[in-house]
Design a binder for this molecule. Sequence first.
Ligand code: SF4
Ligand code: SF4
Length: 234
Amino acid sequence: MANPFKSTAESLKGMGITLKNFFSKPVTVQYPEQVRNLPARVRGRHVLHRYDNGLERCIACMLCSGTCPADAIYIEPAENDPGKPNSPGERFAKVFQVDMLRCIFCGYCQAACPTGAITLENNTALATYTRTSMLYNKQDLLEPVGTATRGAALAWEPTPPPEAKPLIPDFKGVFDGWETTAAAVGRGNLPLEVKEPGAPKPLRKAAPVVPPGDATPKALPGSTIQPADEEGQS
Ligand code: SF4
Ligand code: SF4
């Protein structure tokens, strides 16, 4: 038989906890009339960023799309018009779409991006009534013209957790490499180094022209692996 004194003591103890919390301030927030301040590192809806000079940071390298475990990012790259480029690289994202129904908000795309072009911001109000409105296109994601922020990248920079890769550091000075390389490392804002006054800016290295017959890979010196012949047999 249960000890009646022990049961009463346990009941009083439980009622004491109820009484203690009865007079404390409620923590419930009347959403959506009231909105809580979320931490800066909350992973919500994506934003595509620009450089201060207005160019898009995204160079359509596809790393975010390739690393996405949910296959939620679709990109169609296009060549930049050198006279009126969209981004400082060779390519820009003509189509950039994130399927929020697939996204698991892991942040891998942000971590993979070499230019700081994509971040997950603390906008979590994504509820909607249709599937198609959960497909966010470039015009929904890209910062408006005249805006250039780093977004949540800054929130991750000061004290990143040990498992996080450092994001794009701020860098002053000139970039002494190729323009496309500057864009690829997120330094599309930097003026390029011009070694002699009046010398043309380096734009991009011309791709080597490979004659069709020479396109077959050659075996490396010392390698025992032979390249496949024309019929695909080794
Ligand atoms: S947050 Fe994760 S799941 Fe969502 S788009 Fe980025 S990589 Fe894909
Ligand atoms: S990783 Fe960055 S630069 Fe590359 S396609 Fe994605 S958003 Fe654009």
